[in-house]
Design a binder for this molecule. Sequence first.
Ligand code: PLP
Length: 411
Amino acid sequence: SHQNLNLRTLEQSEKLQNVCYEIRGPVHAEAARLEAEGHRILKLNIGNPALFGFEAPDVILRDMIHALPYSQGYSESAGVLSARRAVVTRYELIPDFPYFDVDDVLLGNGVSELITMTMQALLNNGDEVLIPSPDYPLWTAMTALSGGTPVHYRCDEDNGWNPSIEDIESKITGRTKAIVVINPNNPTGAVYSREVLERLVEVARRHSLLILADEIYDKILYDDAEHINVASLAPDLLTFTFNGLSKAYRVCGYRAGWVVMTGPKDHARGFIEGMGILASTRLCANVPAQHAIQVALGGYQSIDALVEPGGRLLEQRNVTWEKLNEIPGVSCVKPMGALYAFPKLDPEVHEIQDDEKFVQDLLLQEKILVVQGSGFNLDDTSHFRIVTLPWARDLSEAIDRIGNFLSSYRQ
Ligand code: PLP
């Protein structure tokens, strides 16, 4: 028996003290427990298209299967050449996107891994990174894990959730190294205007900031929304543009992403070399998934059919937005891109002190799982995020139930 062993207590490392990722946090674990008890949970918490019948284009699967026998070995750390070349071609087709070549592309196990590598390669203890609030919380988490200090800049709900340039300016210090832009935005669904992006780039230019552009939703645009790549506005600044197959190609489980580095590099040779070192320490990204990149990026883009009039994603965005705004005391800025809505609960009507508890109570009573706004580094407790992936009928019913729940909910 082992019972006499005196085992040393293992705590999580201090590095994790400021690392949180609530999208899969404690409430998510509670949902798993309820499921284990046999309850059906409607998961409106994670942007996982595969859960809701969004299947990958057939050619991607066929090509992956075809590539499997040839994908047994490690690839180059930066990624297989054909995939990196396909990434170059993808951006060559975007007018004004700055020139770059295959050596400026790194492939990763999803954008997530590349975000982690970037922060680890870039930051010394105490270096500051400007990150939107609300944000996709991995940016904040990885900044903190890497010893950096996340500094949140405000996105204005009253201005379509566009970043407040004044707030960005006011938060720059001598230690600010980089600014993160998430466009189209998760969780707000905002697609930033050209004017705001130009002003943001101007601030980055004046303070010599590295621009980190997370554009994973750039193909998921509604109505007349136009996506502008930050890199196109900043050919004179080092800019990292992140994207991958998870959303537009619906294969988030394969873990395929890329980062492209544009703009001047001579001044950043050490940092870029650091990216290469980190890429080589993890040997390479998942090779079969790398092979899916070339076939995904070539030819017909099947996401278009989903966001155009009559398309499933557009219809679901419409229903979500309309139904949320029908709930008394709830308002929601119309999402113009991505897969989420981020409604506000009017504090005069719905007094919520603890939004994690709100989400937990909604889960227990209605078996609907959403994510609390504070999980996105938002400094208030009156928002939550809902994904727009289920069929319109299911979304409509879920939002009715949320409305009912709210009508009698008090904290
Ligand atoms: N960036 C944003 C804004 C996201 O919403 C997500 C996933 O939801 C990611 C990055 C991570 O994507 P990946 O699957 O490529 O790691």
